[in-house]
Design a protein around this ligand. Sequence first.
Ligand code: 5RP
Length: 292
Amino acid sequence: MADADTEGAKNYRAEIPQKSEPFFLKGSNELDWGLKNRLANIFSPNSGRTVMLAFDHGYFLGPTSGLERIDLDIVPLTPYADTLMLTRGILRTTIPPTYTGGIVLRASGGPSILKELSDEEIALSVDEAVRLNAAAMAVQVFIGGEHETRSVHNMTRLVDAGNRNGIATLAVTAVGRDMARDAKYMRLATRICAELGATYVKTYYVEDGFDTVAAGCPVPIVIAGGKKIPEEDALELAHHAVQEGAAGVDMGRNIFQAECPVAMIQAVRKVVHEDLAPSQAYELYQTLKSEG
Ligand code: 5RP
C-alpha cells in the first residue's frame, strides 16, 4: 500500500515561484505540449534553428542524381541532420528506426514531373504520420499556381488533422516555373500559409528583402537550398538566410550533390547553429573533404 501520510511532505519551497518560460520558437508559444515537444525535435532548443536534410525529391522526380541509393549515400549523413524530410516509402524501407531526430513526412503528391505539378492531393493520413512517429507533415502550397485553392485546402486539412494529433504542418511554398522568385511573392506566399495555420513554412531565400519575408511571417521559416550551386555559395546562402531571420535550412541538392556530402552537411551545421562565417565554413568543408 502506498503511504497515505501526506503530513511528512514538507519540501514545498513556497518562496520559489514555479518557472513558466516561453517556448523558444517564434509563434509557437500557444501550441500544445505534444506539438512543442515535436518541434523541439526539429529545431534545436539551443540555437533555435534546424538543419533539415531534404531527400523527398523522388515523390515526383523518381530516382534523381544523388538519391539513386539512399541506403548508401544518405543514411551516412543522417547523424548530422536535426531532421529528415522524406517520404514514408523511403522511411520504412531505408531509414534505420534507431534514428532519433525529427521526421518530416512528405504529405502531398500526385503528379510526376511529366504533369502539372500543382495538381497535388493529400498523400498521407494523419494516422500514418502518428504510426511513423512523425514530427511534422510537409505539404506543397502553390500560391499563384493553377491549383492554388486546392493546394491551400490540402494544407488546411493537414493543419486541422495535425493539430488534433499534436503533429506540426510544414507548408512548402512551391514556386511555379514561370513565377517570379522575389520578396514580394515570398511575403505573399509565406504569410498566407502562416495565416491559415501552418506551424512553419519553407520558402526560398531571395537576395533583396528576405528580412522582410521573415519579419512578415509570424511562424518560423526554413529555406530550401534549391538547385546545386558551388559549395562556397551554398554556405553563403545559408549564412544570409539565418542572419536575415530564417530559423534554418531544409537543404537537399546542395548537400547530397556536393562533392563530399558528409563534409558539406557538417559545414552547413556550423553556419546554421554556430553562426560560423561562410569562408570559415568552407575551409572546414575542404579540411573534412581532404580527410576523406
Ligand atoms: C520538393 C521539396 C524538396 O524537399 C526541396 O525542394 C528539397 O530541397 P532542395 O531544393 O534543397 O534540393 O520540397 O518540392
